[in-house]
Design a binder for this molecule. Sequence first.
Ligand code: ADP
Ligand code: GLC
Length: 480
Amino acid sequence: MKILFVTSEAHPLVKTGGLGDVAGALPDALAAEGLDVRMMIPGYPAALERAERLTDGPDLGDPLGFGRTRLISARMPGGVPLWLVDCPILFDRPGGPYNDASRADWPDNHRRFATLSWAAAYLGKVGDGKAWLPAVVHANDWQTGLAPVYLKQWRGPGPGSLITIHNILFQGRFPRAILEEVGLGPDLFDIDGVEFHGAVSFLKGGLRFADRINTVSPTYAREIQTPEMGAGLDGLLRHRKAALSGILNGADYAIWDPARNPNLIRNYDAETVAEGKAACKRDLQMRMDLAPRPEAPLFGVVSRISDQKGLDLVLAVADRLVEAGGQLVVLGSGEAAEEAEFRRLAEARQGSVAVQIGYDEPLAHRIQAAADALLVPSRFEPCGLTQLYAMRFGTLPVARRTGGLADTVIDAREPNGTGFLFDTASAVGLWTALERVFALHADATAWQAVRQRAMRQDFGWTRAARAYRDLYRKTIETAN
Ligand code: ADP
Ligand code: GLC
């Protein structure tokens, strides 16, 4: 089965969050299941630099009038074949994949991601000129939402299309005026097309025209069909219910394994977790100017800072957490006002709270190893990966019962518990869970049992890859 997996980020080429992790791991796992999967990603400078074995691929001419576009054929560092969409005027610039250094969205994002979507649809329709023609184009999030739209517009035989929703809040909405610019006709500006509240929505287009839709956990697949959590697209999703499913993401244990992680001062497994984590905690306390207190429960946060992640709740309970004898270490970046509040907190609580604003991959691993518990108080969470990494690192997740968090963490009150869940998105809700963390942590034997159980959970990608293989089959059936 030939699959074209198209994405706007993929670890280790470019990553801003969980989509990068998924795109860096799922294609490998699909290949291991015998699928012929190839990827497509924009030719950002970092991607051109980090991809391997670059050679010329098909020349696409100037498809939408934004500039000369070629495909460069390459390999992911892990070996999966890859096409880089090389259009320097759109992609060759410093800054992030979606925004500039001052965090403003690139003003031409509609052109950039229409071009990515167009290139994927084109390859899906006509192949690479060397007899490689995918049976399914697998789009991910709004940046690739127009791929299913182009495919349905170009009549005649073509591949099936699947779109995965990693986060329904990001929809890629642009003014009406861009519709013709991205090569779509005015007839699509309709409730049955790409129109959404008077604007053009790339995600809506994908959800409307893809043969199949899925999201990254079974619970989130149900939640996005409700007005509370569907971000305006719940009606469409209820309408397309028969085509919608949820597949839980996996964790890439080649990267997220404390027994071989190169970022840790001491490697450990479930047998050696107590000594291993004690060493990692000492190391992190030193690096981050926290008091060297081995017995203090250390709470970690590794997160984007946005309303979704509910970190205002962490700010609201931080004083109590410190007064109860805990320590807090935060690594995150995002909304400037909340970043500033975390900085002020660290200033006021020196020795007990350490905050690093920014993106730091090695530090993310060190925190996962050093902390006793990881705070994930998300308002919504399509899947969430940090709680999976935490469990493998013997760090108990404290998570809100929503989306993929509800599907992966078992509360310690259950006989097979692996973490702590709370329901109400409020300071009281989180604090009530934290009281249970302090109580369990005081009982070393009980804590060790839960921690070892968490470490032995298997959220590897194989299960998810098999579920995607079945979903690709259904996608092909639906398309024909
Ligand atoms: P989301 O995709 O919504 O941000 P996930 O839990 O799915 O949430 O994935 C987040 C990924 O990004 C994880 O790999 C996590 O370690 C990483 N991450 C988040 N914030 C940072 C940061 N400030 N520095 C380094 N890694 C981060
Ligand atoms: C999104 C979601 C996150 C999910 C990730 C990968 O960024 O916010 O919950 O884990 O995508 O699917």
